[in-house]
Design a protein around this ligand. Structure first.
Ligand SMILES: C[S@@+](CC[C@H](N)C(=O)[O-])C[C@H]1O[C@@H](n2cnc3c(N)ncnc32)[C@H](O)[C@@H]1O
Length: 343
């Protein structure tokens, strides 16, 4: 069919189709007088291009995605995560405007309030965008399951790894048909314990390669690109949230925002279980660091310095202040489980 017919069928314009042709996204056959003819395959491709543009992908991204059909899922996954991030930013902006209007209603909105509220918003945006993967988890993905079996010489962060993961499942005690979200799911070792219990699991991770390995191991799992501060889920969707060995990759300033984000996607009566490397509080951190120093355990000091072990008391306080009943358990001096139920 000719360009006009194709445009009519797809509810677009010949100009738009020509633009995609110029960008090399589509190459229809040329007939007499240089007229372009669009066959079934061209129409399918055009339809895909229009749909991907509609969800905000650039023409370059679309070109790459369509070159390898297997990659299209990865692109869609990344695109969904970007859209959630934009949506959350819009929500933050709306909340700020609401706060400004509230103050204005009470005739209390002064220039300094405007400045303060906008500064808060700016800080929030910055915190969301600040994180970068300095450990390169994409490179670690293939060897990850093997690496957790190796123990450090004088500092083994994976001691009690399996026990802690099993404890998380025990605390949650999932029911068949529930929806769980595992953040920083990696290769899915924790999430898969729930799949055994006939639970629907969404594994969220910022690393595409980790998600690929996870999907290969557990095809039944829904893997989603996303991160602690922008979970690719709607409000109140999850029955429970888990995370293991991931929270210590985000700085303390981001940890409370991460809890807030978990709280957003958690439904009423939901629960959160965190298995991670942390200290009971700042005093405990000081004592332990002093001990490693005294023992000249450089392996421990370097590992702790390279990551962001939490202050457990900060997490617990936030959860309590936000309506959770909290229980904690320590497997060893650095590995803890925090279990919180919404009451
Ligand atoms: C050490 S692995 C742990 C994987 C798995 N949860 C486990 O217990 O074996 C850390 C994982 O957290 C992910 N991660 C780190 N920071 C993240 C963030 N800000 N948002 C989402 N995932 C993150 C990494 O990509 C990686 O897959």
């Amino acid at each position: 069919m000719k360009i006009k017919e194709a445009a009519n069928q797809l509810h677009t314009t010949p100009r738009t189709i020509r633009f995609y042709e110029e960008k090399g996204l589509i190459e229809p056959e040329k007939g007499e007088n240089d007229y372009r003819y669009y066959n079934e395959a061209d129409l399918w491709r055009l339809q895909a291009i229009l749909a991907l543009r509609e969800i905000g992908m650039s023409t370059n991204q679309i070109k790459e995605a369509l070159e390898d059909e297997k990659e299209i899922e990865t692109y869609l996954n990344v695109q969904r995560s970007a859209l959630y991030e934009e949506w959350l930013q819009m929500k933050d902006m709306i909340t700020t405007v609401d706060d400004m209007l509230e103050k204005q209603k009470e005739h209390k909105l002064a220039a300094e309030d405007l400045f303060k509220l906008s500064k808060q918003l700016k800080g929030l945006k910055q915190t969301r965008n600040d994180w970068e993967d300095k450990w390169n988890f994409n490179n670690q993905a293939q060897a990850y399951d093997q690496n957790i079996k190796t123990t450090g010489y004088r500092f083994n962060v994976h001691e009690h790894y399996h026990e802690a993961l099993a404890k998380v499942r025990e605390c949650i005690s999932p029911m068949s048909g529930q929806l769980g979200v595992d953040i920083g799911t990696g290769t899915g070792n924790l999430a898969s314990l729930f799949l055994e219990k006939d639970v629907e699991m969404i594994g969220v991770d910022q690393s595409e390669e980790m998600l690929k390995v996870c999907k290969e191991k557990h095809p039944e799992m829904d893997v989603r690109h996303g991160h602690f501060l922008a979970l690719p889920l709607m409000d109140g969707q999850a029955d429970f949230i888990t995370t293991s060995y991931a929270l210590h990759h985000i700085p303390d300033t981001q940890k409370l925002l991460a809890l807030k984000e978990m709280d957003r996607v958690l439904g009423n009566e939901g629960c959160i279980a965190i298995a991670d490397l942390m200290f009971k509080d700042e005093h405990d951190r000081k004592l332990k660091l002093a001990k490693y120093k005294e023992e000249e355990n450089h392996e421990a000091l370097e590992a702790i310095h390279d990551e962001y072990y939490a202050d457990r008391s900060l997490l617990v306080n936030w959860l309590k202040e936000n309506g959770y009943h909290v229980e904690c358990l320590a497997f060893n001096p650095i590995l803890h489980v925090v279990f919180a139920e919404k009451v």
